[in-house]
Design a protein around this ligand. Structure first.
Ligand SMILES: Nc1nc2c(ncn2[C@@H]2O[C@H](COP(=O)(O)OP(=O)(O)OP(=O)(O)O)[C@@H](O)[C@H]2O)c(=O)[nH]1
Ligand SMILES: [Mg+2]
Length: 252
């Protein structure tokens, strides 16, 4: 666990590489904010509630918000960006594209659509490679794998990421709900999870090795290492992808 924490929070980027920006995108209640809090919990060793999460009728997160990890002066080489959850078609491929290309500054209110006229004036005019998102992570809760509307929206947005020559990643959340009688280690090794990942691959076209199962902390009152470890493993894969994407973007 300590080794994995070091690999994630002191992720070695090529010399001179700046901070990697990772955006979490998904439907309302998918577990985006929880994932940020879970990663923060894994880092600090107690349950962090840094990214407010919970249940509501619409997205609890309304802003595009940056989260920084590590200690002051020794920050981790990545930022996680929380986003507003999509409910129907309020998240358009053009919105994702603007965000991905670095036009959307931290703190932007997403509740009326990124392209709202008012907000356009607040978008960055000439973003650099460092302003861009270097990895788009789609967050999919297990219960939505067979959901036609969710999959359709995911597909549309995912195609947008492929168009910009980036490999999209998927974090499959709420895997604890696959089988209430199994613990997290049993679920991770289960044929049920394998089947679900396969189904998600078939429905989304995102390769199996880019689908990362995670259980977020939701009811726990302390950091359980066997839970935290999978969130850290997922983050490590995401950071490797972000680093590759960053290098390709800066070579263009
Ligand atoms: N059982 C379980 N519940 C989870 C998991 N991840 C998140 N939740 C719960 O799901 C609900 C929604 O989680 P959020 O993190 O707020 O989801 P979100 O994607 O940020 O949602 P919005 O900001 O509203 O778009 C919360 O009640 C969480 O506690 C998980 O892995 N397992
Ligand atoms: Mg949220």
């Amino acid at each position: 666990m300590e080794e994995l924490k070091r690999k994630v929070f002191q992720f070695r980027t090529a010399k001179g590489d700046p901070i990697m920006n990772v955006a979490l995108v998904g439907g309302v209640g998918a577990g985006k904010s929880s994932l940020i809090s879970t990663v923060a919990s894994a880092e600090c060793g107690y349950i962090s509630r840094c990214a407010p999460h919970g249940a509501g009728t619409k997205s609890l997160t309304s802003k595009f918000k940056k989260y920084v990890f590590g200690k002051r002066g020794a920050e981790a080489p990545f930022h996680l960006y929380d986003t507003m959850g999509w409910s129907s078609d309020d998240w358009k491929p053009e919105d994702l594209s603007l965000m991905s290309m670095g036009y959307v500054p931290n703190g932007t209110d997403m509740s009326r659509g990124i392209r709202g006229v008012e907000r356009m004036r607040k978008l960055r005019s000439d973003p650099t490679v460092d302003d861009r998102m270097h990895c788009i992570v789609f967050v999919v809760p297990c219960e939505c794998v067979g959901n036609e509307a969710y999959m359709e929206h995911l597909n549309t947005l995912k195609d947008e990421v492929f168009c910009s020559d980036m490999q999209p990643m998927v974090v499959l959340t709420k895997i604890d709900e696959i089988n209430a009688d199994m613990n997290i280690l049993e679920i991770m090794a289960s044929s049920d999870l394998k089947r679900l990942k396969k189904e998600l691959f078939v429905l989304s076209g995102v390769p199996m090795n880019c689908i990362l199962p995670v259980k977020n902390f939701e009811s726990e009152m302390s950091v359980e290492p066997e839970v935290a470890v999978f969130a850290l493993k997922a983050m490590y894969e995401i950071l490797n992808t972000a680093a590759t994407n960053y290098r390709m973007m800066s070579e263009q």
